[in-house]
Design a protein around this ligand. Structure first.
Ligand code: ADP
Ligand code: MG
Length: 395
């Protein structure tokens, strides 16, 4: 990997900036969004249900293959418009998991995963531009991976299905980047659609698009990024997974997905109190996702508030993955007009979401900022997201 100084990636359209940087026009520009999980937390690795949606913030990649019928070239050159990045150079024929640092491991992980799948990837030049905030729990890394795999799928004529691309980006994150992530984020980014949430069955990747039109319902979905990332998040995640496995084992279920709300009474006599509460979160959360899907289909977004609230309470009290900042964000948003609010993402920090009537948006924002200041917490970042299109070619 030989970083060389960046040049000319500042102004104009992404295609123009690409040409200024690499000296030739790109073969196309592909975009893939970040995501917010509306409901269904920690249910993914229990083979359960989740309900994320693709958001109106996305990564865009301009790409040009470097090989043609005459010249074969396995060089990959990558540049991001983000911050003060330098151009990264790599050899497509010599990628080794765990050896790449920085943002290049996301696109290169995708290249590696495609190669593992038997798809030959020639060298290419790539310019990335993304407005998905980093590390706010909106999956900026999957936005990059999904934009890259969508581009390479088309440019190489690989003909991969969305399901295959979901598996391959998961393989890239797990085996090349080294992050133990599931399939939710890529499924939302690759399979999302404007005005819809993605009802995903994590057991078999079945997807149903569910209408989720916040604007039409007079609502905004606020994301409150608490800016907190607790050092025990990794350990907390691992121990929650272990509790879920233990619970499923003791209950003789293949996965907690197979335990019903009606089974909880019996489960409480078989499990130790902590494991029981972890199990109860998963079992009731799966049920809340199913209810949310029904409510969205029949009544619309204005009626899912109590499910969001119940999801938060369950994560706070049973799964114990909230933190004071998330609880304050949720409680304050509710007190000032949100019809429902919950932490979203893995927990121990990150973001909360608050579904709020348009007319109350400003007072919720002001109240949350004030409450954080009064508590001596770091000022949160608050912004709105709307359910937007999944990955696509944009030029
Ligand atoms: P999340 O996916 O929740 O936002 P991650 O830690 O998984 O958080 O991914 C964040 C990483 O993705 C960053 O550290 C950076 O390496 C990479 N990244 C995201 N957006 C960009 C960008 N626009 N340019 C370069 N790298 C980016
Ligand atoms: Mg990520």
């Amino acid at each position: 990997m030989n970083p060389t100084p960046r040049t000319g990636a500042q102004a104009g359209s992404l295609a123009d900036r690409f040409e200024a940087t690499f000296g030739a026009a790109p073969h196309g520009v592909w975009a893939a969004p970040g995501r917010v999980n509306l409901i269904g937390e920690h249910t993914d690795y229990n083979e359960g249900f989740v309900l994320p949606f693709a958001i109106d913030k996305r990564a865009r990649t301009a790409v040009r293959l470097r090989s043609d019928s005459v010249r074969k070239d396995s060089t990959i050159r990558l540049l991001s418009t983000f911050g003060d990045q330098e151009l990264v150079e790599a050899d497509a024929a010599a990628l080794i998991p765990g050896t790449v640092t920085g943002w290049a491991r996301y696109p290169l992980g995708v290249v590696w995963a495609l190669q593992q799948h038997g798809i030959e990837i020639p060298g290419f030049d790539l310019l990335l531009d993304s407005d998905v905030p980093l590390g706010a729990g909106l999956s900026s890394s999957h936005a990059i991976e999904c934009a890259v795999i969508t581009a390479l799928n088309e440019l190489t004529g690989a003909g991969l299905s969305a399901e295959e691309m979901v598996r391959l980006t998961q393989h890239a994150e797990n085996a090349f980047v080294g992050a133990p992530t599931g399939i939710m984020d890529q499924s939302a980014s690759l399979r999302g659609a404007s005005g819809h949430a993605v009802f995903l069955d994590c057991r078999d990747q079945a997807v149903d698009l569910v209408p989720f039109e916040t604007e039409k319902a007079g609502l905004v979905l606020l994301v409150i990024d608490t800016k907190v990332s607790h050092s025990h998040a990794d350990g907390g995640y691992a121990s929650r997974r272990a509790s879920c496995e233990l619970g499923a084992d003791v209950l003789g279920a293949g996965a907690l997905r197979d335990v019903a709300v009606a089974d909880l009474g019996e489960a409480s006599s078989l499990l130790d109190p902590v494991t029981f509460r972890r199990v109860r979160h998963i079992v009731t959360e799966n049920d809340r996702v199913l209810q949310a899907v029904d409510v969205l289909r029949i009544q619309g977004p204005a009626h899912i508030g109590s499910l969001l609230d119940a999801s938060h309470a369950s994560m706070r009290d049973d799964f114990e993955i909230s933190c004071p900042e998330l609880d304050l964000a949720v409680d304050t948003a509710r007190a000032y007009g949100a019809i429902g609010a919950r932490m979203t993402g893995g927990g121990f920090g990150g973001s909360a979401i608050a579904l709020t009537p348009v007319q109350d948006e400003q007072q919720v924002r002001d109240a949350v900022v004030r409450a954080f200041a009064d508590a001596g917490f770091t000022r949160p970042d608050i912004f709105t997201v709307t359910p937007a299109a999944g990955a696509e070619r944009v030029s």
